[in-house]
Design a binder for this molecule. Structure first.
Ligand code: 6R9
Length: 646
């Protein structure tokens, strides 16, 4: 393959935490002497009680379990705050810019520490105890980070639900983990428009008996209903509360947070991350992948409702004493230059975003970028989906002025932090490749039968052994954890992604090989959209697949069979789109709804998604063998009536 290769700039090779030789040696050591490697690297966090055991994980059915640093004790908020106070007390921990560019805040480590302690004391006063679940449904404001850290301070388990999810989706996530307390805001703000967060919580809670208290942060100040005895204003509760709160010593394997994510089947699952391994992984990957140096301003544009926001807006950067920028707004408001203006305004050194945002900005032209100086930028990052080479080249040439390496970080909610990425001082870059495994990561490519593929190969990506940031279980369903990730290829963790290894040993993620689609970098289970559609009274059956989309990466293509006597017209299409948005949220908005009198099924009644995918991708000449279908004639009818994403 004739891939352009961008060599490591000389000054990077000389100054970075890790150079090419260092990477090779350390990666080899991390596999050959895992215990020794992690004994040393895990000191990136402060332990209250040192661990004496390192990795006790087992991927086999007999003895299955993931466990790291099992007898160590630590506290996450103490690592993110207290230990920095002596040296970084007056250094900004959080730089915040609101939806309106004039709305800004700077919060020092000392101030953040005090606010987190107060918030922790408020939670305690409301009866929250170690191990209780607290659901956050918050806008991107500093109080969201404070709430997360306050939970960690007292050992409560937070579960953040993205503010774009509907009341129904929120209710499901509260019920699954029986949260006793919800933290929200009166409203969110997006492009100057308000988002009714508190009203959504009220709607969700009609169905959530476990919730006893709701803490409401005032964001917009517009009036909202408060239920006496249940709802509490944060600013009132905060009055007179002590800013002293002793951090709870937590076992390394105590749950830190839950985060619901989509899989190929069933309801979203509560991914459980624990305290020690997760924090070590978030901090270590933040340091090496972004070559983070003290004093730098780090900006990850992800919302804290996604795992990227957990690991690289809050935990990784703060554990390392970095200044993290938190942005409430969107890239195109008030105009398409917003990102680059923010970089100039705050002197951002490291900038980390998703390909979908880059594609959307790229098509608006270079002038929005070049009107900003971007002189502070040193390193760029990408995450969430494969980055196409056009977007990569634009990012490198226009945003980074050819000067800034790009780290394409491949990882998942399940993995806690980056699994594969170039290291900027060590790895020559190939646009679109996530390059090389992080320390401790042993990737394996296997074919459909589970045979290991060596050398240059294209296969399914598995990881052969555990790493500290790996999820530990699915909340309340350990069997589902094992079943989902460890049975397809026994003895290995299966990522669900396809992957190619080239002749330089670089890895190229080719996308999901299961029924998960990736829409604007957000994971969506096709089964979730299908069950939302069939809940509509006029729908008999639905099948959802991904289709190529120029900005979102993948769009949502839905085949819908209506009940007998119903007419599929544009009005019903619009109604179904609205319905799905209400059931799940705007991120699940179908791009195409094709009414289908019949779906291609095998004789045993299984929908042949392969065929539906081909039709959605407009690859109707390569449908493959359709002879096993119960009624092959439905295929011609579907091809005839194909829709196109608008
Ligand atoms: C962090 C995050 C995980 C899925 C993952 C893969 C895709 C993420 C990627 C990437 C290619 C990258 N993905 N980063 N594909 N290159 N750099 O996004 O977590 O929301 O759980 O999604 O996203 O398909 O399996 P999550």
């Amino acid at each position: 393959m004739n891939q352009p290769l961008y060599a490591v700039p000389a000054e990077w090779a000389a100054r970075a935490h890790v150079d090419a030789k260092g990477y090779g040696a350390r990666h080899a050591e991390s596999l050959a002497d895992s215990a020794g490697f992690w004994q040393r690297e895990a000191q990136i966090v402060d332990w209250m009680t040192p661990f004496t055991t390192v990795d006790e994980s087992c991927f086999d059915e007999a003895g299955f379990g993931i466990r790291w640093f099992g007898d160590g004790e630590l506290n996450v908020s103490a690592n993110c705050l207290d230990r920095h106070l002596a040296t970084l007390g007056d250094t900004p921990a959080i730089l915040w810019e609101g939806d309106d560019p004039a709305d800004t805040r700077t919060i020092s480590y000392r101030e953040l520490h005090a606010d987190v302690c107060r918030f922790a004391n408020i939670l305690k006063a409301q009866g929250v105890r170690k191990g209780d679940r607290v659901t956050l449904y918050m806008p991107m404001i500093p109080e969201a980070a404070m709430a997360m850290l306050a939970c960690t301070r007292i050992g409560a388990i937070h579960s953040i639900v993205f503010g774009g999810f509907s009341p129904e989706a929120l209710a499901g996530r509260i019920q699954d983990c029986d949260s006793t307390l919800v933290i929200t805001a009166d409203e969110g703000l997006r492009c100057g428009k308000t988002i009714p967060l508190k009203a959504n919580v009220d709607a969700a809670l009609t169905n959530c008996p476990s919730v006893e208290r709701v803490i409401v942060v005032r964001r917009t100040g517009n009036p909202v209903a408060m239920q006496p005895g249940r709802d509490i204003w944060y600013h009132e509760a905060r009055d007179g509360v002590s800013d002293d709160c002793v951090p709870e010593p937590m076992n390394a394997e105590d749950p830190l947070f839950l985060l619901y994510t989509s899989g190929s089947t069933g309801k979203p699952k509560g991914v459980v991350h624990t305290t020690g391994g997760y924090l070590v992984w978030a901090a270590m990957t933040h340091k090496y992948v972004f070559d983070y140096r003290p004093g730098e301003v780090f900006w990850c544009t992800a919302d804290i409702g996604w795992v990227t926001g957990h690991s690289y807006v809050v935990y990784g950067p703060l554990a390392n004493g970095a200044t993290t920028l938190m942005f409430e707004g969107v890239p195109n408001h008030p105009d398409f230059g917003r990102f680059w203006d923010i970089c100039d305004r705050w002197g951002v050194n490291i900038f980390y975003t998703a390909p979908t945002a880059l594609r959307a900005l790229m098509r608006e032209g270079d002038a929005w970028v070049t009107r900003a100086s971007r002189q502070s930028l040193r390193l760029l990052g990408s995450v969430g989906e494969p980055i196409n080479s056009e977007a990569w080249e634009w990012y490198h040439r226009v945003v980074g002025d050819h000067r800034c390496p790009i780290v394409d970080t491949y990882w998942q909610t399940e993995t806690g932090g980056t699994l594969m990425s170039p290291l900027p001082g060590a790895t020559a870059l190939k646009p679109g490749s996530a390059a090389v495994p992080m320390f401790g990561i042993e990737p394996v490519l296997v074919d459909a039968e589970g045979q290991v593929l060596e050398g240059v190969a294209d296969g399914n990506l598995c990881i052969a052994r555990s790493w500290p940031g790996q999820m530990r279980t699915v909340w309340n369903d350990h069997a589902r954890f094992f079943q989902t990730y460890f049975t397809t290829y026994p003895g290995r963790y299966f990522t669900g992604d396809g992957c190619r290894r080239d002749d330089d040993g670089y890895y190229w993620i080719t996308g999901r090989v299961d029924d998960v689609i990736n829409v604007s970098g957000h994971r969506m289970g096709t089964a979730e959209v299908e069950s939302a559609l069939v809940a509509h009274p006029k729908v008999a059956e639905a099948a959802v697949v991904g289709c190529p989309h120029p900005i979102k990466g993948q769009g949502i293509y839905a085949y819908v069979t209506l009940n007998a006597g119903e007419d599929g017209d544009d009005a019903l299409r619009a109604e179904l789109v609205k319905w799905v948005r209400r059931e799940i949220g705007p991120i699940a908005t179908p791009d195409v709804i094709q009414f289908a009198p019949g779906l291609p099924k095998t004789r045993s009644g299984k929908i042949m998604r392969r065929i539906l995918r081909k039709i959605a991708e407009n690859e109707v000449d390569s449908l493959g063998d359709i002879s096993t279908l119960a009624d092959p004639s439905v295929v011609a009818a579907l091809v005839e009536a194909r829709g196109a994403p608008s």
